[in-house]
Write a protein that binds this ligand. Structure first.
Ligand SMILES: Cc1ncc(COP(=O)(O)O)c(C=O)c1O
Length: 422
């Protein structure tokens, strides 16, 4: 007897409802329109030169057919040209760059390419939630090391730099099964940009123990303090590092699903090998459009403008926390802000559905914000293991990559919090 023929595999069965469906369902079921600052998608289009590139690509026969598995030569060249100055050497587009279906599939391919059953991967908490399943699907085991939240995060405005890594705890977590670590800078959801010194310390430990560094740098164009790429710190570190990028994040087109990995040939070739088996090749016209976007970005002063615009949105939105005297963690990069809502008093008899009632306080805050204020944010305990989740149960994460009018609407709704503040 085989048992239930429809029983899903454990890797997709998931014990509890994921945060995105809780938030999106609650928002959809609400009787008033919701301002959705939860998921990190843009509320506006890529700039015209990028949209035009996509439209033009669709008219070309070769852009509507399979691309080479490692990516279109034009995009690999555009990336090598764009990133060589950052890396301080000339990148070889044929051997050191590979194109993937978004950064996410790129990271899955990296884990597929290097992990054997039982191999360990160190991930810092809080983490972008996809890392975990991407590591576990090929049989890897995630080992968590928490970033410590600012000690005074509930009392005053803090800086994302105050989320700190205990470097000894990191080294102590390494075993003879550790194959890889995942680093994320600028960081989601914290907004931390790891300093050169922090990266050097992490990189040196990886060199000492021969551990591959998967450096998720999808927010690499959005930094408000100096930004260092770990691959540039020494040739020994570069030899172990795969740098991850995302056309979706760079050009406000998260639905395009164009990403890439940059690294030495001895790493990239196995990422490409896995990618070939997972999706063969990635979306052709949007690869071409991303290539053109990179070629033309400087002419439009796009990178400077994009950073200035996002920092403007961040500051515009965060004015509300100053107004309400609510502490937040000022991001050093990216487009997420973490806000400490310890002062918000949810009425004692407030009615939560069971799937929210049994989750930490940030899920309740999230539900309460949707129902009472009409604004959706993300509960960050979702980015922690249960063991360490309590550290962030008073915080919510807001994505500011929205139109200014939407940010103003959100601020107006948040003024409704005043009557719930203690
Ligand atoms: C830290 C981080 N890495 C990777 C991704 C995924 O990027 P992509 O959309 O290119 O797969 C995200 C998306 O939110 C992210 O926040």
């Amino acid at each position: 007897m085989k048992g239930d023929p429809f029983k899903p595999a454990a890797r997709v069965a998931g014990q509890r409802q994921d945060v995105w469906s809780i938030v999106n369902e609650a928002a959809a079921a609400s009787d008033k329109p919701i301002v959705n600052m939860g998921q990190g998608f843009f509320g506006y289009n890529p700039p015209p030169f990028v949209i035009d590139a996509a439209k033009g690509a669709l008219d070309r026969v070769e852009c509507n057919q399979y691309s080479p598995t490692k990516g279109r030569p034009r995009l690999k060249k555009a990336l090598a040209d764009a990133y060589s100055p950052f890396f301080g050497r000339t990148l070889n587009p044929d051997t050191e760059v590979t194109i993937t279906t978004g950064a996410n599939e790129g990271m899955l391919s990296a884990f597929m390419g290097f992990l054997e059953q039982g191999d360990e991967v160190i991930v810092f908490e809080p983490f972008f939630d996809q890392y975990v399943s991407n590591i576990e699907m090929p049989g890897g085991k995630v080992v968590y090391v928490p970033l410590q939240p600012p000690t005074e995060g509930a009392q005053r405005k803090t800086s994302a730099s105050e989320w700190t890594l205990d470097i000894k705890a990191f080294e102590d977590a390494i075993t003879d099964k550790t194959r890889m670590i995942v680093l994320n800078s600028p960081h989601n959801p914290v907004g931390k940009v790891f300093t050169k010194e922090e990266l050097q310390a992490i990189g040196d430990i990886c060199v000492k123990h021969n551990i591959i560094i998967l450096s998720d740098e999808v927010y690499d164009r959005l930094y408000y303090v100096p930004f260092t790429r770990i691959a540039t710190l020494s040739p020994e570190i570069a030899k172990l590092t795969l740098t991850v990028g995302s056309g979706g994040k760079n050009f406000y087109a998260t639905g395009w699903r164009v990403g890439w990995l940059i690294g030495p040939e001895h790493l990239i070739k196995y990422v490409s090998a896995a990618h070939t088996r997972i999706c063969y090749s990635s979306v052709s016209p949007l690869q071409e459009a991303t290539a053109i976007a990179f070629e033309e970005a400087d002419k439009h002063n796009f990178w400077e403008e994009s950073k200035k615009e996002m920092k403007g949105k961040m500051d515009r939105f965060n004015e509300i926390w100053k107004e309400l005297d609510i502490p937040f963690s000022d991001p050093e990069g990216g487009y997420f802000v973490l806000v400490n809502l310890g002062r918000v008093q949810i009425p004692k008899d407030y009615d939560f559905p069971p799937h929210v009632a049994n989750r930490p306080r940030d899920f309740k805050l999230c539900w309460f914000f949707i129902k009472e204020l009409g604004i959706a944010a993300i509960p960050p305990t979702e980015f922690y293991t249960d063991e360490h989740a309590h550290a962030v149960e008073d915080w919510l994460r807001f994505a500011v990559c929205k139109e200014n009018a939407v940010l103003e609407d959100a601020k107006e709704r948040l003024r409704g919090l005043k009557k719930y503040l203690k």
